[in-house]
Design a protein around this ligand. Structure first.
Ligand code: ATP
Ligand code: MG
Length: 257
């Protein structure tokens, strides 16, 4: 049985892509078959894993808006083995174009995924920083949502709005959608604010919040420029330890081990 997880938060720069890349890699190292879907026109996940190699390369745009078979777009990465459906700037116009489809425009990604989802243990979707139709497509295709929350003052405001969106998608398109977990990112143990925000989120969301906090760690921001995950970039870094721990916690929750 495969599970589709959307990594979503409409707030920009909270660690969605960093989590998508490093959780996908962590799961692959644990022997899981992983498909990573880049659903952001910024293409950060694709660049961060060197999945875009030439101009005119087919991407998720061609799959969702031109019916290109998803198998033809998948990039197979090794060490660790991750299959990637890349994105690039062409996706920027997708919101408007999807809107024109009218009926069923929220189900496009879900339908595109049908052909391949069963080949994977986990399908991870890196969502864009907005609550537009692409994000709705991700939430409609997903079994659960993983919400990264940056340890800063306005953190919870965005989450409240995202939870309303999730409830709406549950009512309209995907009644089985669950919260996978809330992940505190860019945690800095030496600042009072980080500690307070983390405590506040834990008080509000209890067990939904992962025990693992992702620390602010410069190695995590450097790894994408080398086109690798944190595990190949610096296995001894605090970032690698944290994403390794998150991967184990994720698997304990999902597979009870
Ligand atoms: N734990 C961390 N420590 C240090 N830097 C981080 C950490 N997590 C992410 N970053 C850096 O912060 C920036 C934003 O992170 P990331 O791209 O993962 O966020 P995002 O939510 O995907 O952003 P967007 O909303 O633009 O898609 C990036 O430059 C990234 O390298
Ligand atoms: Mg991103």
């Amino acid at each position: 049985m495969s599970k589709v997880i959307a990594i979503s938060n409409q707030k920009g720069g909270v660690g969605k892509t960093t989590t998508a890349i490093n959780l996908s890699s962590g799961l692959s190292y644990m022997g899981k078959k992983v498909l990573l879907i880049d659903l952001d026109a910024q293409g950060n996940a694709s660049q961060g894993l060197q999945a875009i190699s030439h101009r005119g390369q087919k991407t998720i745009y061609n799959v969702m808006l031109e019916n290109a078979p998803i198998e033809e777009v998948i990039v197979h990465k090794t060490e660790p083995h991750i299959d990637i459906v890349p994105a690039n700037i062409t996706l920027a116009g997708a919101d408007l174009e999807l809107d024109k489809i009218g009926n069923g425009k929220e189900q496009v990604l879900k339908n595109s995924l049908k052909a391949v989802r069963d080949q994977y243990d986990y399908v991870i979707i890196d969502c864009p920083p907005s609550l537009g139709i692409l994000n709705t497509n991700a939430l409609t295709a997903a079994d659960s949502v993983l919400i990264p929350v940056q340890c800063e003052y306005y953190a919870l405001e965005g989450v409240t709005q995202l939870l309303l969106t999730i409830r709406l998608v549950q009512q309209l398109y995907n009644p089985d959608l669950r919260i996978e977990g809330i992940l505190m990112t860019m945690f800095n143990i030496t600042t009072k604010l980080s500690v307070e925000v983390s405590q506040d989120v834990r008080q509000n969301f209890g067990k939904q919040v992962y025990q693992t906090n992702i620390p602010r760690n410069v190695k995590l921001s450097e790894a994408p420029s080398r086109g690798v995950s944190i595990f190949e970039y610096d296995i001894s870094s605090a970032g690698a330890k944290a994403y390794g721990e998150l991967t184990r916690e994720f698997l304990r929750r999902n597979e009870g081990r």
